[in-house]
Design a protein around this ligand. Structure first.
Ligand code: ZN
Ligand code: ZN
Length: 257
């Protein structure tokens, strides 16, 4: 593994930039992509969430860019100025204008919002019927396909995020996986092999082996991301990604930056 394309710093919900870069060097990576969360939606829900959480890369990206530029001069590792954008189909126009204006090195797109809340929210989905939960999973994949077809992003992150939520886990269908695979085949956007929860209760990379197999049948290549928020996460997650790619014959690719 040469580059970790997905990490967070204190510009969203991660650790100090210098700590993350040092950890990437210790993990013997050649490059690290800094991809803090960014929500630019004017819709009420995301606006409130952004205010609650304090994520505001939309207004701090210039400050972070200066910090990255200064750090590049002191370090041997390549440091990429990236972003993990919240994607919702209703926000496509605003996202396009924002990315065009800011000019990150690359952009990751993520579907984090489902049924007006975060996909991770266990309680919200656990109290709903099986039919309702299946319908939310279908909506998740509809939004993911729209994300891929939008061509707004270089990378689509953790493409079966619903698996992280025990109330939504196991409800996705092969047909949904195939639709996503076909969308990737026609798009510049590549999926990410994501190790964000590989050493937690969920214990798997995204996508699942079954979904990965369907993507590989379609000839899809992946970029690798640890989705680390703390320095100590980078090295073990890198090892997990290397093991998964080797054991599942995953084709990896690099972004031209
Ligand atoms: Zn994410
Ligand atoms: Zn992330």
């Amino acid at each position: 593994m040469r580059c970790d394309y997905h990490t967070h710093t204190t510009y969203s919900d991660g650790s100090f930039l210098s700590w993350m870069v040092s950890a990437a060097e210790r993990a013997r990576l050649d490059a690290i992509g800094i991809t803090d969360h960014c929500t630019i939606s004017a819709r009420e829900g995301p606006r409130r969430q952004r205010a609650n959480m304090g994520f505001n890369l939309d207004v701090t990206y210039e400050r972070r860019r200066s910090a990255i530029e200064a750090m590049r001069e002191r370090r041997d590792i390549e440091i990429h100025d990236g972003v993990e954008m919240d994607f919702h189909p209703d926000d496509s126009g605003e996202i396009a204008a924002f990315l065009d204006e800011v000019g990150f090195d690359y952009a990751i797109g993520s579907v984090h919002e489902l049924d007006g809340t975060n996909v991770h929210s266990e309680d919200h989905f656990a109290e709903q019927s099986a039919a309702a939960r299946r319908s939310h999973v279908a909506t998740y994949f509809d939004r993911l396909v729209t994300l891929v077809e939008s061509e707004l992003f270089d990378v689509a992150a953790h493409i079966d995020l619903v698996e992280r939520n025990s109330a939504l886990r196991g409800l996705a269908t092969d047909e949904q996986y195939r639709r996503v695979a076909e969308a990737f085949a026609d798009s510049r956007t590549v999926p990410e092999l994501n190790a964000g929860r590989v050493r937690s209760e969920y214990g798997e990379v995204h996508p699942t082996p079954q979904f990965t197999e369907i993507l590989l049948e379609e000839g899809i290549e992946f970029v690798l991301g640890t989705d680390s928020h703390e320095p100590k996460e980078i090295e073990p997650r890198k090892a997990e990604l290397e093991t998964f790619t080797a054991t599942h014959d995953v084709e990896t690719t690099t972004l031209s930056l």
